[in-house]
Design a protein around this ligand. Structure first.
Ligand SMILES: Cc1ncc(COP(=O)(O)O)c(C=O)c1O
Length: 372
C-alpha cells in the first residue's frame, strides 16, 4: 500500500515537507533526428573542466579513505586566491551545501514554537524556498522590481524582530541583474547587525558590470555578511559538488558546528584546487561564455525583445503566459530551456550552435517578452 495522507498510522514527514515546492531540475533536451540536442535548462557550464582538472580527477586514488572534513588544502588555496584568512572559508557540497549550513545555524524553529524569518527576493533561485522551509524558518518573499532586480527597500522594510537571515542573489537567478556595490552596502547598513546577510554570488565570475557588488569586500567590513561562491558554474564542476561560504569568525565559529562531515570529497577538493591553480584558463572559458551571453542579449534586443540585464550565464525572457508554449517550441528544436510557470523562461548560455538556434527561434516567435 502506498503511504497516503489519510493513513492513521505510519511514517509521516514533518508538516513542512508536504508544503515545500518540489525542486524541478532542468530537463534533458529532446532527441530529434538530424539535430544535436542542447541542454540550456540548468545554468551549467557547457564546457568540460580544463584538462589539468580532468587529469587531477583521474589521478586521485585514495578514495578508500575519508576526505579531510575541513577541506584544509582547498581552504588554504582559496585563502591565497581571495586574499583572506583560511579560517574564514567554510566548504560545502556545492554552495547549496554551504547555504544549508548557514540556514541550519542561524534560522529555524524556536522553543516557543515560533519560526524565525528568512527574507529573500522572489522570483529567485528556486532552491531557496526548499532550503528555508526545511530549516524550519518561515520564508518571506519580496517581489522583484519590474526589471528583475531586487527591491531592497521593500526587503529592508520587511525586517522584523524574527528576521534572522536575508538572502541576496547577485546576479539574480533566473532574471539576471546584479546588485550594485552601493545599494548593497546601504542595505546592509540599514538592517540590524544581528541579521545574517547572505550574498549568493554563484555566477560572480561572469559579472562584467563595473558597479556590481563584490561580496568579499563587504564581508571584510561587516561581520554579519556571508558570501556564497561555487565551483559549479565558472569552473564547470557542478557534478562534483563543491562550493563555499566566506565570513568572519563571528559567523564561522557557529557554522563549523553545523557542518556536514565529509561533505566535500577528496576528488572534488583536488579538482577545485587544480582549477584555481589554472585560473587563467578558467577565465578564458568564462570570457567565451560572456561573449556568447552578450551576443545573445544583443541579438534579442535587436529583435526588439525586452531582456533584463544579464550578468550570469543565462538570459531571462519575461514571456508570461506564453512561457510553456515557448519552451515547447524550443523542445521541438532540441533545446531544453526552463519555463517558470506563467512568469517567464530562463535560457542558459550554451554552445555557440545552441545559442544561435535559440536566437533563430526567437526571430520566428512573434509574442516578444514584456516588462514584468
Ligand atoms: C543563485 C544560485 N546559488 C546557488 C546555486 C547552487 O550551486 P551549487 O550548489 O552547485 O554550488 C545555484 C545553482 O544553480 C544558483 O543559481
Amino acid at each position: 500500500m502506498n503511504s497516503s495522507d489519510n493513513a492513521p498510522e505510519g511514517v509521516r514527514p514533518r508538516p513542512v515537507v508536504d508544503r515545500l515546492p518540489k525542486y524541478a531540475a532542468g530537463k534533458a533536451p529532446a532527441v530529434i533526428e538530424g539535430l544535436t540536442s542542447y541542454k540550456l535548462s540548468s545554468n551549467e557550464n557547457p564546457l568540460p573542466p580544463i584538462p589539468a582538472v580532468l587529469q587531477a580527477i583521474a589521478d586521485q586514488s585514495d578514495i578508500n579513505r575519508y576526505p579531510d572534513p575541513l577541506s584544509t588544502k582547498l581552504r588554504t588555496a582559496l585563502a591565497e586566491f581571495l586574499g583572506i584568512p583560511a579560517d574564514d572559508v567554510v566548504t560545502g557540497a556545492g554552495s547549496l551545501g554551504a547555504l544549508n549550513q548557514i540556514l541550519s545555524t542561524f534560522a529555524g524553529q524556536n522553543h516557543d514554537g515560533k519560526a524565525d524569518e528568512v527574507i529573500y527576493a522572489w522570483r529567485s533561485f528556486e532552491a531557496y524556498p526548499i532550503c528555508v522551509g526545511l530549516s524550519g524558518a518561515e520564508g518571506v518573499q519580496i517581489p522583484l522590481l519590474s526589471d528583475g532586480r531586487h527591491d531592497l527597500e521593500a526587503m529592508a522594510a520587511a525586517v522584523t524582530v524574527r528576521t534572522k537571515v536575508i538572502l541576496l542573489c547577485t546576479p539574480n537567478n533566473p532574471t539576471g541583474p546584479v546588485l550594485t556595490a552601493e545599494e548593497t552596502e546601504r542595505f546592509i547598513q540599514s538592517v540590524p547587525a544581528g541579521v545574517v546577510v547572505v550574498i549568493d554570488e554563484a555566477y560572480q565570475e561572469f559579472v562584467r558590470d563595473q558597479d556590481a557588488v563584490d561580496g568579499i569586500k563587504l564581508y571584510r567590513k561587516y561581520p554579519n555578511v556571508v558570501v556564497l561562491r561555487t565551483f559549479s558554474k565558472a569552473h564547470g564542476l557542478a557534478g562534483l559538488r563543491v562550493g563555499y561560504s566566506v565570513s568572519g569568525p563571528d559567523l564561522t565559529q557557529h557554522l563549523r558546528v553545523a557542518a556536514t562531515p565529509f561533505a566535500v570529497s577528496q576528488i572534488a577538493e583536488r579538482a577545485a584546487i587544480t582549477s584555481l591553480e589554472n585560473f587563467d584558463q578558467v577565465v578564458a572559458r568564462v570570457q567565451s561564455l560572456v561573449d556568447e551571453r552578450d551576443r545573445v542579449t544583443a541579438g534579442l534586443r535587436e529583435l526588439g525583445w525586452l531582456v533584463p540585464q544579464a550578468q550570469g550565464n543565462f538570459v531571462w525572457l519575461n514571456l508570461g503566459e506564453n512561457s510553456a508554449e515557448f519552451a515547447a517550441l524550443a523542445g521541438e528544436r532540441a533545446l531544453s530551456v526552463r519555463a517558470f510557470g506563467n512568469e517567464g523562461v530562463r535560457v542558459s548560455i550554451g554552445e555557440v550552435e545552441a545559442n544561435t538556434r535559440f536566437l533563430e527561434l526567437c526571430a520566428s516567435y512573434t509574442k516578444a517578452p514584456q516588462a514584468s
